[in-house]
Design a protein around this ligand. Structure first.
Ligand code: ADP
Length: 444
């Protein structure tokens, strides 16, 4: 009964709560991110580069023209609406397109242009006259493989002789088929099967090997070993590229095992800050009382849109029903929904179809809805030890310093939870003011 389930943010919750509390899997989250992404994610940091040969000149590009790409590929890039390389692409593309090919490990948060970069590298290295697999990309799930394939298809729209094939579960290829597609995207298990058992892919002919979402990959049982078995069979001149949104030690160790002599590129994530957030708390007796306080807050400030966080699915559902009965337009985002359903709820919310989004920890991170003006912690985020979960607090409420607008945050607190709130205040060294819910004039 006391087994633990690690949460997306590394926090641990016991199973009793886990029945109700949403535990997000990394691959689902990554897919959601892709589905709801609208544009490049910016970063004010500098790209850090570690060259395998520090004495060789370091090139960066400010335009796609400088890369001397095939005409039809350049056309595809512009047709996607890209004007210039993203920050990470400025450094990564010259390395990826260099002769002789160079290996690369690149880390930057999702949305910074990694996929577009390696898709471009694969497309540019395909020899269209040769009808066999030349580029191989490993992805952690079927859905993520499809997403990458879509990018290949869009960017390669004018490269009419380049074709993609998916090595994924359920894509049955008749025995004896000659695979003529040049780009293969698949999950490690199926790719392994296609290479060694069914002999559909000749790994010795692969020129570009991409391992995408390495952090998600190593999170899945068996995928590291399968990826390494595939990599071992590649020719030594094959270009090897690895991408990851995060870089814990485990990812790093895996990356170094699988990519020989790499260049390394890193772009640090924009830090979240509470500096431009005005934080308040309201002392409450119980859940009903919290709800009343919420209504007062909601009625008291002119609100664009609000996100309300609950700790459990049950609480989130309860709150949704209460608010609906009171005539509010709200939507509920929680873990029992499929990724597609989540994406559509987030999209509707972004489009302003609902003013309030009630959610559990599933979307504590990552959804970036610019017009959200208030965030409410209907429950404080706590970990298994009933200590404050600082990380989650920051991710719910924080904004990036440079790009974020000012925001308002409200914490609905039962009296016995007050010490937790004080710890949060101390931890972040930022003030959380008490608010009398009857008197909203206190909000500056
Ligand atoms: P990542 O793989 O790091 O998550 P993507 O390559 O998927 O990032 O890019 C994130 C978003 O930005 C996508 O919508 C993609 O089409 C877009 N994008 C990528 N590169 C550029 C660029 N150079 N200019 C404009 N948009 C870009």
């Amino acid at each position: 009964k006391n087994t633990t389930v690690p949460n997306i943010d590394g926090s641990i919750h016991n199973t009793e709560e886990a029945d109700e509390e949403d535990v997000v899997d990394l691959a689902a989250n990554s897919l959601l991110n892709k589905l709801i992404r609208q544009s490049l994610v910016e970063s004010s940091h500098r790209v850090e580069v570690l060259q395998k040969d520090p004495s060789s000149p370091l090139y960066s590009v400010k335009t796609f023209e400088e890369l001397r790409l095939k005409e039809e590929l350049l056309k595809g890039i512009y047709a996607m609406g890209f004007n210039r390389p993203s920050k990470i692409q400025e450094m990564a593309l010259p390395m990826m397109l260099a002769h002789p090919p160079q290996n690369l490990i690149a880390q930057s948060q999702s949305g910074t242009g990694k996929t577009a970069a390696f898709v471009l590298a694969m497309l540019s290295r395909v020899n269209t006259l040769e009808l066999f697999p030349q580029c191989l990309c490993l992805a952690p799930t079927y859905e993520l493989a499809l997403q990458t394939g879509r990018v290949v298809e869009r960017m390669g729209k004018f490269c009419v002789d380049v074709q993609v094939m998916y090595a994924i579960r359920g894509n049955r290829i008749p025995r004896g088929t000659d695979v003529t597609k040049q780009i293969i995207i698949g999950t490690p298990g199926t790719v392994l099967d296609w290479c060694f058992k069914r002999k559909l892919i000749d790994l010795t002919k692969i020129r570009v090997f991409v391992l995408d979402e390495a952090d998600v990959m190593i999170d899945t049982q068996g995928f590291s070993d399968q990826s390494i078995r595939i990599q071992r069979a590649l020719p030594s001149e094959c270009q090897m590229l690895l991408f990851s949104a995060t870089f814990e030690d485990s990812v790093w160790q895996f990356a170094e095992r699988i990519i020989p002599d790499p260049n390394v590129i890193k772009l640090r994530k924009e830090e979240l800050t509470l500096n431009n957030i005005r934080q308040y708390y309201v002392l409450c007796e119980n859940r009903k009382d919290k709800y009343q306080a919420l209504c007062n807050v909601y009625g008291g400030v002119t609100i664009g849109q609000a996100i309300i966080f609950c700790q459990t699915r049950r609480n989130a559902k309860w709150l949704t029903v209460e608010m609906m009965q009171d005539g509010h337009q709200v939507s509920l985002l929680s873990g029992e929904l499929t990724v597609d359903q989540r994406a559509s709820i987030i999209q509707r919310f972004r489009d302003g179809k609902e003013k309030v989004l009630i959610t559990t920890n599933v979307c504590a991170r990552g959804i970036d809805v610019k017009q959200v003006t208030i965030v409410v912690n209907f429950d404080l985020p706590v970990n298994q030890a009933e200590e404050p979960d600082y990380e989650t607090y920051l991710h719910r409420i924080g904004r990036t310093g440079r790009f974020g607008k000012k925001g308002l945050a409200f914490n609905m607190i039962e009296v016995d939870k007050l010490p937790l709130l004080m710890k949060i205040q101390d931890h972040f060294n930022s003030s959380i003011k008490q608010l009398d819910p009857e008197d909203m004039d206190e909000i500056e």
